[in-house]
Ligand binder design. Structure first.
Ligand code: NAG
Ligand code: NAG
Ligand code: NAG
Ligand code: NAG
Ligand code: NAG
Ligand code: NAG
Length: 500
């Protein structure tokens, strides 16, 4: 009996980490590269294969330098962004010359670097595989995968091929070990949605198991929540090409919110292209972040970080108990005196990320505000030193988001209003706006979803960490004292996947 328990424990251990020699407190070195992509200026015009290769070579040359630089710093895995080799805005036809047929690693083992003659038309795979092999690192890149099909497949597209937005993973000897076809496309008419959602993981000798998903996927149940809950993945790889949408959905803000809310490690690589507000990458653990956000320059950036292996083999996602990140100083702010009823200013409506929020103004040195939308009530306790010309509002949204794609949200958000009237609340605050107001706050909401992604954004789009975050009885709470910069947003972003 005791023996069988031991074997079970050993099996669990193997399963969650994929290696037996992992010990508690183990670390590995991860790298992500925010790539300042060299674009194709005319993506809608079809090019020859050679012209496509010539273009991608410019980006591949930069990848090669970064792989070498990362390896020099001891990196064992490096992640590149979505669309990083080819760009975007292609048509179904114009992307063909950029695509390669990536064999399914579940059905064959192939190192393009070691066996270059095995398949034709795989120059990019070959180059990436050789980078991984030469520098002995795991490498994750995103590229278009083309899978030919014919009449024997009743779902075969009329042009005889599937085209997928694809993450491909090479092991440190160059072997293709994983291939993931993006499930949730974002205005990408050049690509097909896989008919069945793919749950893709791979195991490494230094850090156990990783799961893969891409960009817009992060907002949906499939494959992300299934990877977390059914496959028990504790580390995720996230190539993205993310247009920032402050104050709720800046790339690095949501990456950290996801890692904190899900209790996992996230390696996130974004494209770098400030004209389209693309920046924000990082290496996040539930308690530690290394990130990059830069709207000023047109330079790429390599981030390398020493990452702790997840030690908790329980289902940690989403957190079901309070996590107190600082042992001291975890209490609510002292402000608890409610503002007198007569003095309480009225509610108003404002649009944020295209959703109709119900706001209340946040005024005075301290206060206790509650604002509700349907069954969701959000409460804010605060005290602080408001700079009079910096307006703040506390808002709630509980309903269907309808821009781009429909999905259900439950959000409580304390936001800096960008203008000098409350009508501006919900509008975008940019990295250039300097904010100096500091507020100690305690936020809570009685969400009906379990999936909450908490974030704190400060002046210049910097990230801060809550002192306390997680469930307390029926509410999800987040509190912070002594914020590191002027407050831009404190948000509890809930996704009600079941209602979608
Ligand atoms: C792609 O399309 C978007 C939206 O139509 C446009 O703003 C952007 O400049 C285009 N970018 C490239 C690299 O073609
Ligand atoms: C690759 O292409 C060459 C020249 O077109 C052809 O001779 C060869 O058989 C092809 N190899 C494979 C594996 O398809
Ligand atoms: C990573 O961090 C751990 C714990 O702080 C430390 O023991 C280890 O030496 C670090 N590894 C590297 C390569 O910096
Ligand atoms: C937002 O919702 C309120 C209350 O339901 C409504 O009165 C208002 O017209 C809405 N605003 C917009 C822009 O839809
Ligand atoms: C949240 O609290 C409000 C006010 O007490 C209540 O009406 C509502 O039903 C609660 N919602 C949930 C999901 O428990
Ligand atoms: C909030 O109140 C506490 C207790 O009086 C005080 O220590 C803290 O500095 C205040 N916070 C701010 C931002 O003023």
């Amino acid at each position: 009996m005791q023996l069988s328990v031991l074997i079970k424990i050993a099996a669990l251990w193997q399963c969650s980490f994929g290696l037996s020699q992992a010990s508690e407190g183990a670390h590995y070195i991860a790298a992500v590269y925010e790539h300042n992509i060299i674009f194709n200026p005319d993506p809608k015009v079809p090019r020859s294969r050679q012209a496509a290769l010539d273009h991608m070579k410019e980006n591949l040359d930069i990848y090669e330098e970064q792989v070498a630089a990362a390896a020099k710093q001891g990196a064992q895995i490096i992640v590149f962004p979505e669309d990083g080799l080819h760009g975007f805005n292609y048509t179904r036809e114009s992307i063909v010359s950029y695509s390669e047929t990536i064999p399914d690693p579940a059905s064959m083992s192939w190192s393009p670097c070691l066996q270059p003659e095995r398949f034709n038309g795989t120059e990019v795979l070959h180059r990436l595989s050789c980078m991984a092999h030469k520098h002995a690192v795991y490498l994750v890149a995103n590229m278009p995968d083309r899978q030919e099909c014919d009449g024997t497949d009743p779902h075969c597209p009329p042009d005889g091929r599937y085209q997928f937005n694809t993450d491909v993973v090479f092991s440190d000897d160059g072997t293709i070990v994983a291939r993931y076809h993006k499930q949730n496309l974002y205005f990408e008419s050049e690509f097909n949605t896989p008919r069945e959602c793919e749950y893709v993981t791979f195991d490494t000798p230094f850090a156990g198991r990783f799961g893969l998903f891409t960009c817009f996927d992060i907002l949906f149940h499939e494959p992300v929540i299934t990877l977390l809950e059914k496959y028990q993945v504790k580390q995720m790889i996230f190539p993205t090409a993310w247009f920032n949408e402050a104050p709720l959905l800046s790339a690095h803000q949501f990456q950290k919110a996801f890692a904190t809310g899900s209790g996992i490690n996230l390696l996130a690589a974004n494209l770098h292209h400030p004209p389209l507000r693309m920046t924000g990458s990082g290496i996040f653990t539930p308690s530690h972040s290394v990130y990059h956000f830069d709207m000023e320059t047109d330079k790429g950036r390599l981030l390398v970080s020493n990452v702790s292996l997840p030690t908790d083999s329980e289902t940690g996602s989403p957190p079901t108990s309070e996590v107190c990140m600082k042992s001291q100083d975890c209490g609510k702010p002292s402000a608890s005196k409610p503002v007198a009823d007569g003095a309480a200013p009225g509610t108003f409506h404002g649009s944020m990320s295209s959703d109709n929020y119900t706001f209340v103004p946040v005024q005075g040195a301290e206060g206790d505000l509650t604002v509700c939308d349907g069954s969701l009530c959000c409460r804010l306790l605060y005290n602080g030193s408001h700079v009079p010309e910096e307006l703040y509002a506390f808002g709630v949204f509980n309903g269907l988001h309808t821009a781009a794609r429909q999905f259900y949200l439950e959000v409580c958000a304390l936001v800096r209003c960008p203008g000098d009237t409350f009508a501006s609340c919900g509008g975008e605050v940019t990295a250039g706006d300097q904010t100096i107001t500091t507020i100690d706050f305690h936020l809570e909401g009685n969400f009906s979803t379990r999936y909450i992604y908490p974030s704190i954004l400060t002046s210049g789009m910097q990230l801060d960490s809550p002192d306390r975050v997680g469930w307390e009885k029926e509410s999800y709470v987040m509190s912070k004292k002594h914020i590191s910069g002027g407050l831009v947003t404190a948000t509890l972003y809930g996704r009600h996947y079941e209602k979608d």
